[in-house]
Structure formats: C-alpha cells, structure tokens
Design a protein. Structure first.
Length: 692
C-alpha cells in the first residue's frame, strides 16, 4: 500500500471513528435526564420519617414536600414513590468540626469584649478565614452524592453562623458584638490592610487619629451617637462594613458551592419581621441576600414570620426585582398561635407566595391538636388559590444601612407604621396603618434602590423618626427618579441628612440629601412651617419638618403619625396611585387586592377582620357587631372572590357568601364592577380554637 493509500485509509478510519463517537454522543444526549418535579405549593418542616400512616395523612392533606435533614436516598426515594419530594437541608457541622485541627484556643472563639460567647448559634470561630472554605467543603460532600436524585426538588442552604441556619449574626449572651475573639480580630485587620492598601498613614488620616501598627487595631463595641444621633466616625463605618462583608462572603461562598453541584433551585432563609430588633448587629438584610440568590438562579427565598405583612411585602418586592421565588413560613414553636396561621394565609394570597411552609414540632401529626385541626381546614384553601406578586406604584423605604449607624442597632421606622394588626411587634400599641392609607405599598431597601428598585414607581415614602442615612449610590438613584417624575415624601430634618460614600465615610447632606435648600429649611423652622415642597425636574420633594416618631403628640395628645393618615392618602391620590379596593373604615379592616387567581382567573381579595392579636395570645379577637362596606375600582371587571376569617359573620349584600363557623373561613363570590356589604354579628360559639 502506497503512502497516499495509507493516508487515505487512515482518514477513512478516523472519519468512521468520529461518526461512531458522534452517534454515540447523540444517543446519549437524546436520553432524557430524570425530570425533577416542580416544588409543590405546600410543604412541611418536620420530616414524616418512616411512619407510612403519617405520610399518608400528609399527602391527603395536600402537603407535597418535606424539608429534610435526612440524606438517606432509600428514605428519599420511598417518599418520592409515595408522592412527596424533598427540599434538602444539609445539616450543619458543629462549631468544633469547623475549626478542628486549626490549633485554636478559647481566645480565638467568637466572643464580646468581656469574653461572653454567642447567645444564639454555634460556638465557633466563624470569622476564621478558613471556616467558609471548610463549610463549603462540608456542603459539597453532603450534597454531591444525592442532590441530583429525582426525589430532591431543591436545596435550602443553611448559614453556619446562626442557630436556625438563617443569614444573620448572633449577639453575645450580654447583647454585644461577638467580634473580640482572636480569629475575628485577625480577619478585621486583614480586611483593613487590604482596603487601605497596607497604608497605615491613609488609615490614620481617615480615622482622625494616629495608628502605629495593624496589631493595635481592635474591633468596635458598638456605634456611639454624636450630636447628630448617629455614629459618623470613619472608624465605626469601616468596622460595620467589614462586619457586613463577612456575613455576605460566607453566604456567597455557600450558595456558589451548591450551585456548582446542581442546576436545581437553591434557597436561603432569614427570619423575623424583616428588620430585627437588633438589625444593625444581627444584619441579615433582604435586599442583599435576595440579590445574591438572583445571581445563582433558579433560587428561592424563605421568609419566616409570614404573619408579618410588612416583611412579606418587603420579601415580595425584593424577589420580584431579582427574579427569585418566595417561600413563606409562619413563626413556629414556641410561638405557635392561631393568629399566625390565619394571617400567614391572608398574607400568602396578598403578596403572592410561591410556596407555603409549615413550621411545627409534630403538632401537625396529632389529630387532636388545634394546629392539625386548623391546617386540615386551611390546606384546601391554600391549594385552591395562588396569586403572583403585584408591583405597587408606591413604596416605603426601609434603610438597613441606617440600622448600622443608629446606636440602638435598629430602624423600625417603616415596620412600626405599616399595619396595625399584623405587624408583629406593635399589635398592642395601636399605631396607625400607613400601609393602608397608601394602598398596601411595596418595601424597598438600600440595595434594591441602588439596583433600580424605584423604576416604574410614582411615590416613595421615608418614614424617618430621627436620622435616616443611605449610600451615595442610593441617593443618586432617588434623585434621578425624582427628576424623572417621582414624588419623594420624607419626615424630619434628619431624613437623609447623612450619606455614606463609596469610601465608607459619612458626608453631611442636610436638606433631604440636598433636595431641599438649607436656607429654605431654616426659614421654615423659624416660621413654624410644617412642610416644604420643592419641584425637582419633572418630580417633587415633600418634606414634613416633624419626624415620624410614634411618641410625638400635639397639645391635645394626638400623635403626629395618626394625623398623617389622611395626608398620606391625599398625597397618594395626587400622585395617581391606583386604589384597587377600599374598606369604608380602613382603620378597622384591611382589604387587599391580590390580583387574579392563577387557577380560576378570578379577581381575588383578602379582608383582615382581626381586631387585636398580641404575639402570644391564644387566638385573634375579631371585629363584631358592625358592618363593612367594600368598594372596588371600576376598571376591575368579571368574576371575583373574597377570603376572610371571622367568628361573627351574619350576612352579605352584593355577593354569595359561603361561611363555616367551625372553620371561621368566609368566602364570598361576586361580580365586578360592584360592591359588598358584610354584616358581622356577636360572634359564634362554635370555634376550632382548642389552644391551651
């Protein structure tokens, strides 16, 4: 065979091999991967174990997923064959496991300046720069063998820092910053050295004091209020930015580790009403965390304490902005009450929760327990309706950055005023419902505003009670939005009076971040003017000189925040905010438009008829012996339904009511355009409440 023949023969052989490989690859590619089922609507925190009887009860109830720490594939596959999928929640290693072999001592452990360890979470050295890598490796080993099995529908990634795996820091047992362990000090100093490019002179200049060596730098005890009411020191600002960065860093690495192992949805969790009593210390802010989830999509966010309307509207706003799905979970034991279950359901419809998660310690399996009885009735309701999130024309601003600089570590300005009944902290305080006056606004934070969260909105309300700060990037976004036609409404001369620059320094920005001339502000104060209004481009800025402090009252003892209710409504009307529905007495009943039900395409509304419900009360107290007139925007047309809970329904005009006094569920079918009148009687003796 000649050289040419041999070459031709080789080419033919190579081509044949390529064809075989290609056909083999095509055949392989044509083999479908096992299809992972979509996450069902209703899930259960407590794994039902190997008890087939309990499993059958859950499935009959409509519970379609379980959040499980059990990675046994035999168990998972058996559940899957029975009809239940698993949200994998890899159990976290102990603090000892995360630092084993690092040669650490008690001096390295997370503690405050007095040596007190953390009051919540795992006792460890979470600031040690090796810990996130160890946790990532732990996650990888736990997740990799099972995560792509058909029985797993998604992964909920726990944080290695807090007690329940939520993305937040714990305080020390004495309520201090647990940053005085040796590992935390080293981490902080390394961050400063990188940030200041190893230039101690630059750091000394920024801090306004001489710093001789990196080793002499100590973490901060907490913010100190100056005459401005906030801590404006660069030294404090550097510390709190580092403190926030490390929590985000640990979270980011954890999420990216799981994403590298699967293309299934992954999630993270934050608990509480969304702002926390110690938010500036515990951190865990919705905007930044949901933004991280948006970068590893598909993803979902589990917001607990779902009975808090402010938090659920806040979570919904962020999830819509970053294209992340939302799981909603009521507060669990030991804070398990009937009120939490009722309002959790109403909020799920009103804010478009994708998934509902039941938190309990086995109460669902006890047929005699009120929780089991309640969810036997609520589950069909949850599975009957599902709505999508609806973006509002108006938003309230929650600045988590403000909580970094206020000495009390918190910014409850918006949550305290959002809704009088189902804002968890203030039910008994009787604060007004600014959210009702504004038509159930969305909630945006610093990160969301920076990322374009004001786009398409007409009104932004900053309910400042003392001093509110935010980033320079957010301030610029607000100013551009106003110039384009938005209306900005603020309270008190401390509103945006300081701005956090890119280098973490705070700049005084009096006059509502410069949007109100300082001379005009001073003249208004001298003339006892209550508000200033300025045109800015196509938009306008309105600044009330009185802060939105719930303790400020006039000479007759009337709170300023109460007098603002009709003012807020007037501003909203002036901005052209769409009011889809209205209860004649919005101070008593909260009527919310949920949008169209995905399944029936009917307009869905919820009505909150709860009069009072303290956090630990056995059951809510409903309004009774009165009527409510409900009206709807004339542009809404077609079939509609309303869902409410009450113990005193008597009659309905304008629709067909279906009421079960034993379950306390009221459903009304009606036609739009139209109106409804609900008459409430003295209350029913029949009740499912068997709460101890």
């Amino acid at each position: 065979m000649s050289l040419g023949d041999r070459s031709l023969h080789a080419v033919i052989i190579i081509m044949a091999i390529c064809i075989l490989l290609a056909s083999s690859g095509m055949a392989y590619a044509a083999t479908p991967k096992p299809k992972t089922p979509e996450m069902p609507r209703l899930g259960n925190w407590i794994w039902p174990g190997k008890d087939q009887e309990q499993l059958a009860k859950l499935l009959k109830l409509g519970v379609g997923f379980t959040s499980s720490y059990d990675l046994d594939p035999v168990v998972g596959e058996n559940l899957f064959r029975a009809g239940m999928v698993t949200v994998l929640c890899p159990n976290r290693p102990s603090g000892a496991e995360l630092i084993a072999g690092l040669g650490l001592t008690a001096e390295d452990m997370d503690q405050d300046s007095k040596g007190n360890r953390t009051g919540e979470g795992i006792e460890s050295a979470v600031f040690h720069e090796t810990v996130p890598d160890r946790f990532a490796e732990y996650l990888r080993k736990k997740v990799r063998p099972v995560v792509n099995s058909p029985w797993i529908t998604s992964v909920l990634v726990s944080s290695p820092i807090s007690m329940y795996g939520e993305v937040h820091y714990p305080a020390s047992t004495a309520g201090g910053y647990a940053v005085f362990g040796r590992a935390a000090k080293v981490n902080y100093r390394h961050w400063l050295a990188r940030t200041y490019h190893d230039d101690l002179a630059a750091l000394s200049k920024a801090w306004g004091r001489p710093v001789i060596s990196w080793d002499e730098i100590m973490p901060q005890e907490g913010p100190v209020a100056g005459t401005s009411g906030i801590d404006g020191r660069q030294e404090w600002s550097d510390f709190i930015h580092w403190y926030n960065w490390w929590l985000d860093e640990v979270t980011r690495r954890s999420l990216e580790t799981v994403r590298a192992e699967t293309d299934k949805p992954i999630g993270a969790m934050i608990g509480g009403p969304g702002v926390g009593f110690n938010q500036g210390q515990a951190l865990g802010n919705y905007g930044p965390v949901i933004r991280m989830l948006g970068k590893v999509k598909p993803a979902f966010f589990n917001g607990t304490d779902g009975e808090t309307l402010f938090a659920m509207r806040y979570a919904q706003s962020a999830c819509m902005q970053y294209d992340v799905k939302r799981m909603q979970e009521h507060i669990g034991p030991p804070f398990l009450t009937l009120f939490h279950q009722y309002v959790d359901v109403l909020n799920a419809f009103a804010t478009g929760a994708d998934y509902i998660h039941l938190a309990h310690l086995g109460e669902l399996f006890d047929e005699k327990h009120w929780f089991s009885q309640t969810w036997t009735n609520l589950a069909p309701l949850v599975l009957r309706y599902q709505t999508k999130g609806r973006k509002s024309d108006v938003a309230m601003f929650h600045s988590y950055m403000t909580s970094w600089y206020r000495p009390n570590h918190a910014n409850g300005d918006s949550v305290n005023l959002y809704d009088t009944t189902n804002t968890l902290w203030t039910t008994e305080s009787g604060y007004p419902s600014w959210g009702r006056a504004l038509g159930s606004p969305d909630v945006v934070d610093d990160a969301m505003v920076e990322d374009g969260g004001l786009k398409g909105r007409k009104l932004l309300v900053i309910a400042n009670s003392s001093v509110t700060v935010t980033s320079r990037k957010a301030v610029k976004a607000i100013q551009l939005w106003v110039k384009a036609g938005g209306t900005l409404l603020g309270f008190g001369e401390g509103c945006l009076a300081y701005t956090v620059e890119a280098d973490r320094s705070l700049t005084p920005t009096p006059g509502f971040a410069g949007m109100v001339p300082v001379a005009k502000l001073e003249a208004a104060k001298r003339g006892a003017v209550d508000k200033i209004e300025e045109t800015m481009g196509k938009g306008r800025v309105i600044l009330y000189l009185t802060p939105a402090d719930t303790e400020i009252k006039d000479s007759k003892g009337v709170r300023f925040v109460d007098t603002m209710m009709p003012e807020l409504r007037a501003v909203a009307d002036r901005c052209g905010i769409q009011r889809w529905c209205n209860a004649d007495d919005e101070y008593k009943a909260n009527l919310l438009y949920c949008g169209r039900d995905i399944k029936s395409r009917r307009h869905l509304f919820t009505l909150d008829l709860i009069k009072s419900a303290k956090n630990m009360a056995p059951a809510p107290v409903f309004y009774s012996d009165r009527s409510f007139d409900l009206t709807f925007h004339p542009s809404l047309k077609g079939d509609a339904e309303l869902v409410a809970f009450t113990d005193s329904f008597e009659s309905c005009e304008g629709g067909e009511a279906e009421y079960n006094p034993a379950t306390q569920i009221l459903k009304v079918n009606f036609k739009l355009p139209g109106r409804l009148t609900l008459k409430l009687g003295k209350g029913s003796d029949a009740s499912i409440v068997a709460h101890p």
